[in-house]
Design a protein around this ligand. Structure first.
Ligand code: ZN
Length: 197
Protein backbone atom coordinates (compact mmCIF):
# COMPACT_ATOMS: atom_id res chain seq x y z
CA UNK A 1 0.00 0.00 0.00
CA UNK A 2 2.48 2.62 1.18
CA UNK A 3 6.19 2.81 0.46
CA UNK A 4 8.06 0.91 3.24
CA UNK A 5 9.51 4.12 4.72
CA UNK A 6 6.03 5.65 5.00
CA UNK A 7 4.59 2.45 6.45
CA UNK A 8 7.36 2.37 9.07
CA UNK A 9 6.56 5.95 10.13
CA UNK A 10 2.85 5.16 10.40
CA UNK A 11 3.55 2.10 12.53
CA UNK A 12 5.80 4.11 14.85
CA UNK A 13 3.30 6.94 15.31
CA UNK A 14 0.50 4.42 15.89
CA UNK A 15 2.43 3.15 18.93
CA UNK A 16 2.21 6.57 20.64
CA UNK A 17 -0.49 7.01 23.33
CA UNK A 18 -3.84 8.11 21.96
CA UNK A 19 -2.79 7.81 18.32
CA UNK A 20 -4.70 5.25 16.26
CA UNK A 21 -3.80 4.03 12.78
CA UNK A 22 -5.83 6.80 11.09
CA UNK A 23 -4.20 9.61 13.09
CA UNK A 24 -0.79 8.03 12.57
CA UNK A 25 -1.39 8.11 8.82
CA UNK A 26 -2.49 11.75 9.00
CA UNK A 27 0.64 12.75 10.95
CA UNK A 28 2.96 10.83 8.62
CA UNK A 29 1.46 12.44 5.52
CA UNK A 30 1.50 15.87 7.14
CA UNK A 31 5.22 15.52 7.84
CA UNK A 32 6.06 14.19 4.38
CA UNK A 33 3.68 16.30 2.36
CA UNK A 34 3.09 19.62 4.12
CA UNK A 35 6.16 20.31 6.26
CA UNK A 36 9.39 21.71 4.85
CA UNK A 37 12.53 19.58 5.10
CA UNK A 38 13.98 22.26 7.38
CA UNK A 39 11.05 22.07 9.81
CA UNK A 40 11.13 18.29 9.88
CA UNK A 41 14.87 18.22 10.61
CA UNK A 42 14.45 20.86 13.34
CA UNK A 43 11.68 18.80 14.93
CA UNK A 44 13.87 15.67 14.93
CA UNK A 45 16.73 17.64 16.51
CA UNK A 46 14.39 18.95 19.21
CA UNK A 47 13.16 15.46 20.05
CA UNK A 48 16.75 14.18 20.20
CA UNK A 49 18.02 16.99 22.39
CA UNK A 50 15.01 16.81 24.72
CA UNK A 51 15.45 13.05 25.05
CA UNK A 52 19.15 13.31 25.80
CA UNK A 53 18.96 16.30 28.18
CA UNK A 54 15.96 15.16 30.24
CA UNK A 55 16.57 12.75 33.10
CA UNK A 56 14.79 11.66 36.28
CA UNK A 57 15.28 13.96 39.28
CA UNK A 58 17.27 11.90 41.79
CA UNK A 59 14.91 13.05 44.57
CA UNK A 60 11.35 13.15 43.22
CA UNK A 61 11.90 11.11 40.01
CA UNK A 62 10.12 13.74 37.91
CA UNK A 63 11.46 14.51 34.44
CA UNK A 64 13.93 17.37 34.59
CA UNK A 65 16.89 18.94 32.83
CA UNK A 66 18.56 19.87 36.13
CA UNK A 67 19.16 17.46 39.00
CA UNK A 68 17.68 18.05 41.56
CA UNK A 69 14.71 19.51 39.69
CA UNK A 70 13.56 23.13 40.30
CA UNK A 71 10.81 21.99 42.71
CA UNK A 72 13.14 19.83 44.86
CA UNK A 73 15.81 22.51 44.95
CA UNK A 74 13.44 25.40 45.74
CA UNK A 75 13.89 26.81 49.29
CA UNK A 76 10.24 27.96 49.16
CA UNK A 77 8.73 24.46 49.10
CA UNK A 78 7.43 22.76 52.24
CA UNK A 79 9.72 19.74 52.62
CA UNK A 80 7.53 18.04 55.23
CA UNK A 81 4.86 16.98 52.69
CA UNK A 82 5.30 14.68 49.70
CA UNK A 83 2.53 14.23 47.16
CA UNK A 84 2.81 10.86 45.40
CA UNK A 85 1.60 10.78 41.79
CA UNK A 86 1.66 8.28 38.94
CA UNK A 87 3.43 10.31 36.28
CA UNK A 88 4.97 13.69 35.44
CA UNK A 89 1.66 14.78 33.86
CA UNK A 90 0.06 14.87 37.32
CA UNK A 91 2.86 17.03 38.74
CA UNK A 92 2.12 19.55 36.02
CA UNK A 93 -1.64 19.38 36.69
CA UNK A 94 -1.21 19.95 40.45
CA UNK A 95 1.38 22.70 39.92
CA UNK A 96 -1.17 24.48 37.70
CA UNK A 97 -3.54 24.81 40.67
CA UNK A 98 -0.96 27.00 42.49
CA UNK A 99 -2.40 25.63 45.74
CA UNK A 100 0.17 23.01 46.64
CA UNK A 101 3.53 23.97 48.07
CA UNK A 102 5.00 20.64 49.14
CA UNK A 103 7.23 18.22 47.27
CA UNK A 104 6.29 15.44 44.85
CA UNK A 105 7.23 11.86 44.19
CA UNK A 106 6.59 10.32 40.76
CA UNK A 107 6.03 6.55 40.75
CA UNK A 108 6.13 6.14 36.96
CA UNK A 109 3.14 3.81 36.87
CA UNK A 110 0.80 1.90 39.16
CA UNK A 111 0.62 -1.70 40.32
CA UNK A 112 -0.96 -3.94 37.71
CA UNK A 113 -0.52 -7.71 38.13
CA UNK A 114 -2.16 -8.31 34.71
CA UNK A 115 0.51 -6.22 32.99
CA UNK A 116 3.23 -7.71 35.20
CA UNK A 117 3.86 -4.38 36.99
CA UNK A 118 5.01 -5.12 40.55
CA UNK A 119 6.26 -2.78 43.33
CA UNK A 120 9.83 -3.19 42.07
CA UNK A 121 8.84 -1.63 38.74
CA UNK A 122 7.70 1.57 40.46
CA UNK A 123 9.81 4.22 42.25
CA UNK A 124 8.66 3.02 45.68
CA UNK A 125 12.10 2.25 47.15
CA UNK A 126 13.14 5.79 46.22
CA UNK A 127 10.12 7.16 48.12
CA UNK A 128 10.97 5.17 51.26
CA UNK A 129 14.52 6.55 51.19
CA UNK A 130 13.19 10.12 51.28
CA UNK A 131 11.14 9.65 54.43
CA UNK A 132 14.07 9.94 56.80
CA UNK A 133 14.29 13.62 55.86
CA UNK A 134 11.70 15.11 58.25
CA UNK A 135 8.65 14.16 56.18
CA UNK A 136 5.41 14.39 58.21
CA UNK A 137 2.82 13.59 55.57
CA UNK A 138 2.63 11.60 52.36
CA UNK A 139 -0.39 12.43 50.18
CA UNK A 140 -1.42 9.56 47.91
CA UNK A 141 -2.62 11.31 44.75
CA UNK A 142 -2.71 8.32 42.44
CA UNK A 143 -5.78 8.16 40.22
CA UNK A 144 -9.03 6.58 41.52
CA UNK A 145 -8.66 3.61 39.16
CA UNK A 146 -8.23 -0.02 40.27
CA UNK A 147 -4.44 0.20 39.85
CA UNK A 148 -4.17 3.69 41.38
CA UNK A 149 -6.17 2.69 44.44
CA UNK A 150 -4.28 -0.61 44.89
CA UNK A 151 -1.00 1.31 44.71
CA UNK A 152 -2.17 3.87 47.31
CA UNK A 153 -3.20 1.08 49.70
CA UNK A 154 0.05 -0.83 49.14
CA UNK A 155 2.18 2.22 49.93
CA UNK A 156 0.02 3.19 52.91
CA UNK A 157 0.60 -0.28 54.44
CA UNK A 158 4.31 0.03 53.78
CA UNK A 159 4.58 3.48 55.42
CA UNK A 160 2.28 2.87 58.38
CA UNK A 161 4.96 1.25 60.61
CA UNK A 162 7.28 4.17 59.86
CA UNK A 163 5.05 6.66 61.69
CA UNK A 164 4.38 8.88 58.68
CA UNK A 165 0.85 10.19 58.20
CA UNK A 166 -0.53 8.92 54.89
CA UNK A 167 -3.52 10.72 53.38
CA UNK A 168 -5.56 10.07 50.25
CA UNK A 169 -6.94 12.85 48.06
CA UNK A 170 -10.71 13.23 48.25
CA UNK A 171 -13.04 12.06 45.55
CA UNK A 172 -14.42 14.53 43.11
CA UNK A 173 -11.90 13.25 40.64
CA UNK A 174 -14.15 11.18 38.35
CA UNK A 175 -13.91 7.45 39.14
CA UNK A 176 -11.70 5.85 36.52
CA UNK A 177 -10.70 9.32 35.36
CA UNK A 178 -7.29 10.87 35.41
CA UNK A 179 -5.98 13.70 37.55
CA UNK A 180 -4.44 15.29 34.49
CA UNK A 181 -7.95 15.90 33.05
CA UNK A 182 -9.49 17.34 36.22
CA UNK A 183 -9.98 21.09 36.22
CA UNK A 184 -7.95 23.16 38.67
CA UNK A 185 -10.84 23.82 41.09
CA UNK A 186 -11.66 20.09 41.33
CA UNK A 187 -8.03 19.21 41.85
CA UNK A 188 -7.64 21.86 44.56
CA UNK A 189 -10.77 20.56 46.36
CA UNK A 190 -9.49 16.98 46.10
CA UNK A 191 -6.20 17.98 47.73
CA UNK A 192 -7.90 20.07 50.45
CA UNK A 193 -10.33 17.25 51.26
CA UNK A 194 -7.67 14.57 51.66
CA UNK A 195 -8.20 12.11 54.51
CA UNK A 196 -5.93 9.93 56.55
CA UNK A 197 -5.80 6.37 55.17
ZN1 ZN B 1 12.73 16.67 41.99
Amino acid sequence: MHAPAIELLIEQFARLPGIGRKSAERIAFHILDSMSEEDVFAMCDNIKSAKSSICFCSECQNLTDTDPCPICSSPKRDRSVICVVESPKEVAAIENTNEYNGLYHVLHGVLSPIDGISPDDLKIKELILRLADGVDEVIMATNPTVGGTATAVYIQKLLQPMGVKVTRIAHGIPIGGGLEYADEATLTKALEGRREM
